[in-house]
Structures are given as structure tokens and as C-alpha cells.
Design a protein around this ligand. Structure first.
Ligand SMILES: Cc1cc2nc3c(=O)[nH]c(=O)nc-3n(C[C@H](O)[C@H](O)[C@H](O)COP(=O)(O)OP(=O)(O)OC[C@H]3O[C@@H](n4cnc5c(N)ncnc54)[C@H](O)[C@@H]3O)c2cc1C
Length: 500
């Protein structure tokens, strides 16, 4: 438990020097405060960089709180950021059991809320960001752009300015549609009263809406699996599960081979329920139309071949994933992957078309830099529509980006990540091997080769990493002269390409 000391705020240190000293505006306006946003705040506080956190919800980590009834599959040891841990422990907090799997509610009450408390009035709730731009600059205007502060417009009409933006606004508040082609299914809007987005609390607050009803769950990810397992505990509740794919192998996951046993068990238990007939699985289901009838709500699938099938139920859970809301930053210059809408460089290794390992090579500020100097999207938003994001990845992103903002490029580029694999991808993800020149060959040998190797071949590995194959300490990518020049925070280029 956190025991705040009255009148004492150990995080409120002033920056000793540097470009991020506050001058009438926060040096870093970090909009949003989920786990990754709050981790960034912890690193900013440790480095003495002034900041302001803006959270749309009424409470800290509003999205996590929304799925508070869900028990996560990664134990506490993967869920706490290093800087946050240091700040909290210095304030008398005792870390939870590292092996325990917290619920979303426990993540908030035992970790995120006490952390936010440390930052006092530098965290604002009910502060929804509606748009971000640069003061006096639309996306087209260039001359002097790097010197202009960011302009943050709030939903209540207020405006703020900041020297840098860390956008950790997540994707939870912008779910995908039911329609199989990425467009809303015909009638989807009018059926909103019988459709819930992932993850309704079917064993708790939302039980009355589900128990004894015919329920359809659409989607093939962890959210769908979690909801299906909960529904299976309700009496007299017929459950149907619809997916676009021809089989559910990916959702069933790696079972015992998963490095996170709870994640492996999720798929295994679902598989058993389908096999037993408790859950009816509809494969090749391409939602085309939703229609309310006298008997309930009918969902009609139309496959690309034109073949149709339909099912009538009482309620639908749309667990079709999430997409980032990029409209907030539409006046900024972003370099996004055309498939995922993620940062471009990590895209090849998180693309679900290519792999489901649950791992990603260590990455940080170099991979998350956009053409808009000083703007970084981190956390699950950095993954775009890719579904395998883990908090630990976001914490390392936060650490690296904040180190760069502080001008500590050595720390910013000493990225490390040790993620638990799903067990679906074998024989070996290349991160376990040298990430040097043979990385492309290793990728090709893996079951889940990245769709492009443009990112990987330029990585190098330290001697320490070579000695410890389970922990990759990747040196930064060599960056082009053009890349380096357009980064306002002017991290030095590394290696041969650093001669400007
Ligand atoms: C049900 C579920 C279970 C998961 N289980 C695990 C797990 O076991 N292990 C794991 O590592 N990961 C897990 N994840 C994945 C991921 O780690 C979490 O989604 C995590 O919460 C992502 O953190 P984030 O800070 O990037 O985004 P979020 O937690 O989504 O936080 C974003 C915050 O930004 C706020 N916001 C949004 N828009 C605005 C705006 N315009 N203005 C101001 N604020 C805004 C939101 O209210 C929210 O508080 C799980 C995800 C889900 C949904």
C-alpha cells in the first residue's frame, strides 16, 4: 500500500538544466494515463522533466478500470514499470506478489492509482484531448516548425501548450466494427442496443443481460476468449462463437508451451468447451448485416464467394479488436504502417498476418520517432491494430522515449525487453538468437517471419547480449542523415551513418 507523506512530493523535482525546463508551459504534455502513460510520467518525474498528464476518464487508468473484472494473464512481475516501482517504493509502497495475476481493478487500486497519487495536480482527469497540432502550424507549414510548441485542444474547449507530446491514449476506446470488411455491417448502428463491445462483465454487473439468453460472440482474440469462458459459466445460456477464419487454431494458442500459463490456459479451456459442444463455433463467418426481428437479432454472414449463413440470438458481443484513433493527431506529420496504422518500423514483427509469438524485439525511441519532432505514440497505440501488445513493451518504450527527451541518448538506445512467448511461434523467434547480420536468416527460419526485414537487418547486438541469448540488448538502428536532421531532440546518430 502506498503511504503518501503529507506535504511531501518526492517526484516534484525541477529539471537541473536543459530544453525541457518548464517555461510557462509543461515541457512534456503527456496526454492520457493508462499503465504506459503513467509509466512515462514516472520516468519524466525521475528525470526532473516537468509534465502534465491528461486523462479523458473520471478516474485514473479509465480503460483498465472499464475491464476491471478481467484477470490479466501476465503476473505482477510483468505489470509494473521500473521507474514507477522505484518512486512507489521510496514512498512506502509494498509491491504485490510478483507471481499473482491481478484483475484490471487490482492493477488500478494496487498500482496505478497510488502511482498517479504521487503526481498530484500534474494528473488531470476529465480532460479529454480532442486534437493536437503545433501552434501556428497546420500539417503543411514547415519553416520554423520544430521550434513551435505543441497545441493541445481539450474537449471542453480549453487549450494547452507543451514542448513534447507522449501520446499513450491506447485503443480501447475505439473498437473495431462487426462488419467483416472493416466497415460497419448494414444495420449495425440500429442494433446498438443489443450489441456490447468487448468485455462485458457477464458474471457480475452485466449478468442479467446475458444469463438465460442466446449469446453470440464475434471475434478471435483474447477478449473473445475471455468473454466466452465467462459465458460458459452461466446456466441455460446457449453460446455461439463466430470467426472469419476457417479454424480457431490461433485463438486456441500455444497451450502448455505458452510462457504465460494463464494465457495458454485461456485458449486450451476454450478449445475444450468447443470440443464438448458447450460453445458452438461458426467458422468462415463474415458479418454483413445485423437485423432485429421478432425473435431477437439476426446476424447475416456473406462470404466473399457470396455464400450466406445466418444466426438469430438475443445479444451479441463484438470482440473484433481495436484500432487507434489517429484523428487526434491529423495535423501532425506521422509515419504510419499502411497495414496496421502502427509506428512503421516495428510493424513487420507485430503483424498478425505473419506471426503470433507475443514477442517483439526490444525497441524504443528510434523506432517510435515520427517526422513530427517531439511527438511519440507509445503503449498499445504504437501497435495500431496489432493485437499482441503487452504492458512490459510499453514500459520499455516509455523509458527509452523519456531518456531521449532528457537528452540521455545512451540510455534511450540501450533498449532491453524480455517478453514471454505465446508458444504458438516456433522453433525460435530471432530475438533469442543473435540480432546481428544473421537475423534475417533466423527470421526466415522461424514460423512467423516478419513481412519485411527492413527493420531487422540493421540491428546490432552488444557482447553482453551475445553472452546472454535470452536478453537482447539491441544497439540502435543506424539512422539516415535525413532521419537525424529531422529529429528536434537531436539524438546523435550512431555508427557509420553518424557523420553528418
Ligand atoms: C481485457 C484486456 C486484458 C489484457 N491483459 C493483458 C495482460 O495480461 N498483460 C499485458 O501485458 N497486457 C494486457 N493487455 C494489453 C495492454 O497491456 C493493455 O491494454 C494496457 O492497458 C495498455 O496500456 P496503455 O497505457 O497503452 O493504454 P490504455 O490502458 O488503453 O490507456 C489509455 C488511456 O488513455 C485515455 N484516453 C483515451 N483517449 C483519450 C483522449 N482523447 N484524451 C485523454 N485521454 C484519453 C483512456 O481513458 C485510458 O485511460 C490487456 C488488454 C485488455 C483489453
Amino acid at each position: 500500500m502506498l503511504r503518501p507523506r503529507p506535504g511531501h512530493d518526492r517526484t516534484r523535482r525541477r529539471p537541473s538544466a536543459g530544453r525541457f525546463r518548464a517555461t510557462g508551459r509543461p515541457a512534456c504534455g503527456r496526454d492520457r494515463r493508462g499503465p504506459v502513460g503513467l509509466a512515462a510520467a514516472a520516468h519524466l518525474a525521475e528525470r526532473g522533466i516537468d509534465f502534465l498528464v491528461l486523462e479523458a476518464g473520471e478516474q485514473v487508468a479509465a480503460s483498465v478500470a472499464h475491464w476491471g473484472h478481467v484477470r490479466v494473464f501476465s503476473p505482477w512481475q510483468y505489470d509494473i514499470d521500473s521507474a514507477a516501482r522505484r518512486l512507489l517504493q521510496a514512498d512506502g509502497w509494498s509491491a504485490p506478489d510478483p507471481e499473482w495475476l491481478p484483475t484490471g481493478a487490482e492493477l488500478v487500486s494496487d498500482y496505478l492509482a497510488p502511482l498517479a497519487e504521487l503526481f498530484g495536480d500534474r494528473v488531470r482527469t476529465n480532460a479529454r484531448v480532442s486534437a493536437i497540432s503545433r501552434l501556428g502550424y497546420d500539417r503543411v507549414r514547415t519553416a520554423g516548425r520544430e521550434e513551435a510548441p505543441f497545441l493541445i485542444r481539450l474537449a471542453d474547449g480549453g487549450e494547452l501548450q507543451a514542448g513534447a507530446i507522449i501520446d499513450a491514449s491506447g485503443t480501447y476506446t475505439s473498437p473495431n466494427v462487426l462488419g467483416a470488411s472493416g466497415l460497419p455491417a448494414h444495420g449495425e448502428d440500429t442494433a446498438a442496443g443489443v450489441v456490447d463491445h468487448a468485455l462485458p462483465d457477464v458474471l457480475g454487473a452485466d449478468r442479467d443481460r446475458y444469463e438465460g439468453r442466446r449469446v453470440l460472440v464475434v471475434g478471435a482474440g483474447h477478449s473473445a476468449a475471455t468473454t466466452l469462458l465467462a459465458l460458459a459459466q452461466l446456466d441455460a445460456t446457449p453460446i455461439t462463437w463466430a470467426i472469419r477464419a476457417g479454424h480457431a487454431t490461433r485463438t486456441y494458442g500455444g497451450g502448455d508451451a505458452d510462457a504465460l500459463p494463464a494465457r495458454g490456459a485461456l485458449g486450451s479451456r476454450l478449445h475444450a468447451l468447443v470440443e464438448s459442444g458447450r460453445i458452438q463455433l461458426l467458422t468462415g463467418f463474415f458479418t454483413h448485416r445485423v437485423r432485429t426481428t421478432g425473435d431477437g437479432v439476426e446476424l447475416i454472414s456473406r462470404a466473399p464467394s457470396g455464400a450466406e449463413q445466418s444466426i438469430t440470438v438475443d445479444r451479441i458481443v463484438s470482440a473484433t479488436g481495436y484500432r487507434p484513433d489517429r484523428s487526434l493527431a491529423s495535423e501532425l506529420r506521422l509515419d504510419l504502417d499502411p497495414i496496421l496504422g502502427s509506428a512503421r518500423r516495428p510493424a513487420p514483427v507485430i503483424d498478425p498476418n505473419q506471426h503470433s509469438c507475443g514477442t517483439v524485439p526490444a525497441h524504443g525511441v528510434d523506432e517510435l520517432t515520427h517526422p513530427e519532432p517531439g511527438y511519440y505514440a507509445i503503449g498499445v497505440k504504437s501497435y495500431g491494430r496489432a493485437p499482441t501488445f503487452l504492458m512490459a513493451t510499453g514500459y520499455e518504450q516509455a523509458r527509452s522515449v523519456v531518456a531521449a527527451l532528457a537528452g540521455d541518448w545512451e540510455a534511450a538506445r540501450d533498449v532491453q525487453l524480455d517478453l514471454p512467448e505465446t508458444g504458438v511461434c516456433s522453433p525460435a523467434w530471432p530475438r533469442r538468437r543473435s540480432s546481428g547480420p544473421d537475423w534475417p536468416a533466423a527470421s526466415a527460419a522461424a514460423c512467423c517471419p516478419p513481412r519485411s526485414q527492413a527493420w531487422a537487418p540493421r540491428r546490432r547486438t552488444t557482447a553482453a547480449a551475445a553472452a546472454d541469448p535470452l536478453r537482447v540488448r539491441a544497439l540502435p538502428l543506424e539512422r539516415s542523415v535525413r532521419d537525424v536532421r529531422r529529429i528536434s531532440h537531436r539524438g546523435p546518430a550512431r555508427g557509420p551513418s553518424s557523420h553528418l
